[in-house]
Write a protein of this length. Structure first.
Length: 76
């Protein structure tokens, strides 16, 4: 969850943040959701962390079937 998506994705792409994305070399943004309420965003993130991998893949493929890098479409 972040209030600054472009900046956060840039940090992950450049390997500036330790954790899952750096460890596994993940550099593409394939899914993102926007919320007006921070509490709702945090709740959604926490719920999704408990999902099975197959459910996450289904969500991505529903909205982004080609797994395009959405970072390239963000306003920089």
């Amino acid at each position: 969850m972040t209030g600054h998506l472009v900046e956060r994705v840039f940090q992950h792409r450049e390997g500036l943040i330790e954790g899952f994305t750096k460890k596994y070399g993940i550099h593409r943004l394939v899914h993102a959701e926007a919320f007006d309420d921070v509490g709702q965003a945090i709740a959604r993130e926490n719920a999704m962390k408990k999902w099975r991998r197959a459910w996450k893949i289904e969500l991505i493929e529903r909205d982004n079937p080609d797994w395009d890098d959405l970072y390239l479409k963000l306003n920089h």
